[in-house]
Design a binder for this molecule. Structure first.
Ligand code: 8X3
Length: 255
């Protein structure tokens, strides 16, 4: 599996309307001039503006929710014989930060639907083509929350722990296919993550990063690109990236 062939194919990035997904789309567009980019997300205006910025000759957008199984199946149909070489399963979120007994069941459903079902549907849809073409790379967005449980994290932690388990399972089941599987597991990163977690409360979101220097989306995009750019015989299993100011989810240095 020459990595150059990854660069000549189509890169699918879910959740490309903000944060890690958007930064990854920009970085791959810049770094892999021969790649086509298919970006997906739920917010059409944002997809349109990224296509405009990066150039419609090589970037196409698909507006759907990855947790909508029918929509993913339709997307897969429109993919047809497209040479999809990379899938970045980035779409995901944390919703709520409350004690288990007080948490919103709607928040749980949303996290399970997007972080797990979305990743499963997309992977199930695109992996067989990669296996048939004997080339491909799946990058899953994990989290430090998939390694360390923290207070009020419960379902978010459970979904990211499941992403870690699924990444490992996938690697075992497709061993010998030449398709690589990587998990990128960040700690505190300032994107829309906390605003979404706190249901739009910017004040609460800002407090999360107060007095410390968090990761930014470009840090994660660079880790993704680095994993993709390794030589064919190298599979990066996982990368845990933390801000220098964070040792564990509960140990953060604030000035
Ligand atoms: C994000 C990391 O620790 O804020 O996935 O939940 S954390």
């Amino acid at each position: 599996m020459p990595t150059s062939s990854l660069k000549n194919g189509t890169v699918v990035i879910t959740g490309a309307t903000s944060g890690f997904g958007e930064a990854t789309a920009r970085l791959i567009a810049k770094s892999w001039p021969d790649a086509k980019l298919w970006i997906t997300g739920r917010r059409k205006e944002r997809l349109d503006s990224l296509v405009k910025e990066l150039g419609s000759s090589r970037v196409s957008s698909f507006c759907f929710d990855v947790s909508d199984r029918k929509a993913v199946e339709n997307f897969a149909k429109s993919a047809g014989q497209e040479n999809i070489t990379v899938l970045v399963n980035n779409a995901g979120l944390a919703a709520g930060l409350d004690h288990f007994q007080d948490a919103s069941v709607d928040d749980w459903d949303q996290m399970i639907d997007t972080n797990l079902k979305g990743l499963l549907y997309m992977t199930r849809a695109l992996l067989p083509g990669m296996i048939a073409r004997k080339t491909g790379h799946i990058v899953n967005m994990g989290s430090i929350a998939g390694h360390v449980t923290y207070p009020k994290g419960h379902v978010y932690v459970a979904t990211k722990s499941a992403v870690r388990a699924l990444t490992e399972s996938l690697r075992i089941d497709i061993l010998g296919s030449n398709v690589r599987v990587t998990s990128i597991d960040p700690g505190m990163a300032e994107t829309e993550f906390s605003v979404v977690r706190f249901h739009g409360d910017q004040h609460k979101a800002d407090a999360v990063y107060k007095g410390m220097r968090p990761l930014v989306a470009d840090d994660i995009a660079e880790a993704i690109l680095w994993s993709l750019d390794r030589p064919p015989h190298v599979n990066i299993q996982e990368i845990i990236l933390m801000p220098t100011d964070q040792a564990t989810p509960r140990d953060v240095s604030r000035k």
